[in-house]
Design a protein around this ligand. Structure first.
Ligand code: UDP
Length: 141
């Protein structure tokens, strides 16, 4: 398996629940390393650009409203097979369908307030990491 990087966002609902640390612990326990991190408030323009792929979807406005409703905690995770590993730790988009023990099953309330985002493929990971982090702020170790 290749060493990969992926973008993780701890969304406003999970930040508000004060579970940033519990979520990061799951990444670390699974062998993923946090190699960059920052907390920030997305503007509407940022959120619309980040989720541009969903612009035509009926849930787009609600998604943007939710993503700007409070600060988010954004990280680059690095590890063997990091993209799929993070997706497995997150669980299904809808927490009601997420496997027991996944982040969304344990911390998410609904399909829209679903605690975390994770890149879904190598190409999106590259674009999403560049969206938040210049190369010099990433610390491989
Ligand atoms: N989303 C939503 N309603 C839906 C489908 C998706 O609010 O019916 C939101 C949800 O927050 C999800 C995000 O849009 O995390 C992106 O959707 P995607 O299908 O890419 O799911 P993910 O990759 O986050 O599991």
């Amino acid at each position: 398996m290749a060493l990969e990087r992926t973008l993780s966002i701890i969304k406003p609902d999970a930040v508000a629940k004060n579970v940033i640390g519990q979520i990061i612990t799951r990444f670390e326990n699974a062998g993923l390393k946090v190699v960059a991190a920052r907390m920030l408030q997305l503007s509407r323009a940022d959120a619309e650009r980040f989720y541009a792929v969903h612009a035509a979807r009926p849930f787009f406005k609600d998604l943007v409203d939710f993503m700007v409703s409070g600060p988010v905690f954004v990280q680059v995770l690095e590890g063997e097979g990091a993209i799929q590993k993070n997706r497995d730790l997150m669980g299904a988009t809808d927490p009601k369908k997420a496997e027991k023990g996944t982040i969304r099953a344990d911390f998410a309330d609904s399909i829209d307030a679903n605690a975390v985002h994770g890149s879904d493929a190598a190409e999106t990971a590259k674009v999403e990491i560049a969206f938040f982090f210049p190369e010099l702020s990433i610390h491989t170790r």
